[in-house]
Each structure stands twice: as structure tokens, then as C-alpha cells.
Design a protein around this ligand. Structure first.
Ligand SMILES: *[C@@H]1O[C@H](CO)[C@@H](O)[C@H](O)[C@H]1NC(C)=O
Ligand SMILES: *[C@@H]1O[C@H](CO)[C@@H](O)[C@H](O)[C@H]1NC(C)=O
Ligand SMILES: *[C@@H]1O[C@H](CO)[C@@H](O)[C@H](O)[C@H]1NC(C)=O
Length: 291
């Protein structure tokens, strides 16, 4: 029953609209991103294949996608600030604009040398956030590039690390939980100072003698529905020579992936808003009771 209704939602969306362009692009930062923040602290290198962000006492830096998207699957490779990264936050996220904005966040909270980063995730819907889940990673994210993916479809938002799902936020509009389904979002990458909260709850400050801090982004794949002139959702038109059948739009976690998600949640999750009763005097949010 549940899966039938999900399938029909997807079909409806695909059938109803025709004016949106579904694109598949492979990794040219020049083509897809602007660097509006941090002057030359945000640098696109190697013919658009590599993005380098840096942070010093005066400013952080960041990029935003030229296009807005309504549903997307973005696989991005990141290498985080190494050494003493305490106080720094590297982020890769989607956000719409306005006071009732939607947002889907990956934030990497730095730490002193040798201590683990925290991967902080959150989902904002219609201006409301407070849905944090935090994880340690099972590798050193500063040594190599690793793939971090946001898969935002009409059915769910799936966060993955190297292809392993770490979090799923299901569309539960049917039980009254707001879901990001009608505001187009841009993709953002940023590196900034957050030493008031990021590391060990804000107790450890950024050591500016180590600046500039650097994080790199590369090799991304973007499967997305481009928002243009106010029209919503996807057609199955492919804009590039790479053809797309749009399978990502209806893709859900299979049994194997659900098993891996469970493994991460049992072994690597260090904070879950659903299990923080002090925050919810009137009971946990409705989405927390979904399996
Ligand atoms: C930093 O290291 C401390 C000590 O191991 C740990 O408690 C904390 O969760 C780590 N991460 C951050 C971002 O504070
Ligand atoms: C960041 O990159 C700059 C320029 O390449 C370099 O001089 C600096 O040492 C790097 N910072 C760290 C902490 O590695
Ligand atoms: C780029 O990412 C894809 C998966 O998204 C991976 O298969 C490939 O090895 C990566 N290439 C490089 C050069 O890292």
C-alpha cells in the first residue's frame, strides 16, 4: 500500500510536468557554480575539475550553483581540512531562499589533530530545522577524497557516504510532516569559522596560527531537475549527450542498503534528535516513529 502510493506520486510528477529539464552533468565547477563569497579564497582549478576553499581570520569562502533544482542527486567528493581543524566547518548543502526555506545539510565539524570530525546532518522544512543527526566516520576524511551524496527525491532524502546510506528522511506529508517538495534549491559549498559551537561544543577555538585552512571538492555528478521560469518538477528530457532515464528520481533503498544504513546508525551515529527526549516535551516529532 505504502509503496504503491509512493510509486504513483512519482508517476504523477513525471506525467504532470513537462517543462523542466533533467540534466546529468559530470563535474565542471566553472559551468555549474559561482564563487560569490571569499574572493580568491574560493578557487576553481584544473579546468573546472577541482574546487578549493580556504578560510583565514578575515573570511571563509563558498560557492553556489548557478541553477536551482527541484529534486536532485548530487555525488560530491570532498577532502576536509587536515591537521588542527578545530573550529572550522566545511559544508555541502542544498537550500532554498526565504523565511520558510527548505535545506538539506552535510556539515563537517573539525577537531584538533588526531581527534575525529563530526559529520552533522540536518533537514529544514518550511523554515523549521532541529532534525540533527550526527556521525563519526569510519575513515580519516582528511587523508583522501570521499564521496558524500544527497539524494533528494519526492519520496525521501537519503544522505550517503561512499555509497553507504547513513540517513533517510522519508516524505511523510501524509501524516503531516512538512517535506521539501515545492521550493527549488541551490547547491552550496562553504568553509567557515564556527568556533562558537562546532568543536567539542565550542570549547575548542580555531587556532589561527594554522591558517589558511583548506578543503577541496572534486569529481561530482549531478542528476537533477532544473528549475526554470517558475515551472516545477521533471520531464525526461536530457540536456546533455549523456542520456538519462531518470531512474534516480524514483530510486529507493533496497534491502542491502537498508542493512548498511542500520549498520551506520548502530555503530557510527553519535546524536539523533529523535532520541533526545529533553527537546520534545510534547513527544517526539511524527517522523521519528517511521521505521
Ligand atoms: C572531537 O574530539 C572529541 C574528543 O575525542 C570528541 O568528543 C568530539 O566529538 C570530536 N568532534 C568534535 C567536532 O568536537
Ligand atoms: C592551505 O593552502 C595554502 C595555499 O596552497 C597553503 O599555503 C597552506 O599551507 C595550506 N594550509 C594548510 C593548513 O595546509
Ligand atoms: C569519481 O567518482 C566516481 C563515483 O561517483 C568514481 O567511480 C570514480 O572513481 C571517481 N574518480 C576519481 C578520479 O576520483
Amino acid at each position: 500500500m505504502a509503496s504503491y502510493s509512493r510509486v504513483s506520486t512519482v508517476l504523477l510528477i513525471v506525467v504532470l510536468v513537462g517543462s523542466l529539464l533533467m540534466v546529468v552533468t559530470a563535474g565542471d565547477f566553472y559551468e555549474d557554480f559561482d564563487t560569490p563569497w571569499g574572493d580568491d579564497r574560493a578557487q576553481i582549478l584544473n579546468n573546472g575539475e577541482l574546487l578549493s576553499l580556504s578560510l583565514d581570520q578575515f573570511s571563509g569562502s563558498g560557492t553556489q550553483s548557478r541553477n536551482k533544482y527541484l529534486f536532485a542527486k548530487i555525488d560530491m567528493h570532498l577532502k576536509l581540512v587536515s591537521g588542527n581543524s578545530a573550529g572550522t566547518v566545511t559544508a555541502f548543502y542544498l537550500s532554498s531562499q526565504g523565511s520558510k526555506h527548505d535545506e538539506i545539510d552535510f556539515e563537517f565539524l573539525g577537531n584538533v589533530t588526531g581527534e575525529p570530525y563530526i559529520l552533522h546532518t540536518n533537514v529544514f522544512t518550511k523554515g523549521g530545522g532541529g532534525r540533527e543527526q550526527q556521525f563519526y566516520l569510519w575513515f580519516d576524511p582528511t587523508e583522501d577524497f570521499h564521496e558524500y551524496s544527497i539524494h533528494w527525491s519526492p519520496q525521501s532524502i537519503i544522505f550517503s557516504v561512499d555509497g553507504t546510506p547513513i540517513r533517510e528522511f522519508k516524505n511523510a506529508e501524509s501524516i503531516g510532516v512538512p517535506y521539501p517538495s515545492n521550493q527549488p534549491m541551490r547547491i552550496y559549498t562553504t568553509l567557515w569559522n564556527s568556533d562558537d559551537w562546532a568543536t567539542q561544543g565550542g570549547r575548542v577555538k580555531t587556532d589561527w596560527t594554522q591558517a589558511p585552512f583548506n578543503a577541496s571538492f572534486t569529481n561530482y555528478t549531478l542528476n537533477a531537475c532544473v528549475w526554470s521560469s517558475g515551472s516545477s518538477s521533471c520531464s525526461s528530457i536530457s540536456s546533455s549527450s549523456t542520456s538519462s532515464n531518470g531512474a534516480w528520481l524514483s530510486e529507493e533503498l533496497d534491502t542491502t542498503s537498508q542493512g548498511r544504513l542500520k549498520w551506520v546508525q548502530e555503530n557510527w551515529m553519535i546524536y539523533d534528535y529523535c532520541k533526545d527526549p529533553e527537546r520534545f516535551i510534547h513527544g517526539e516529532p511524527a517522523e521519528c516513529s517511521l521505521s
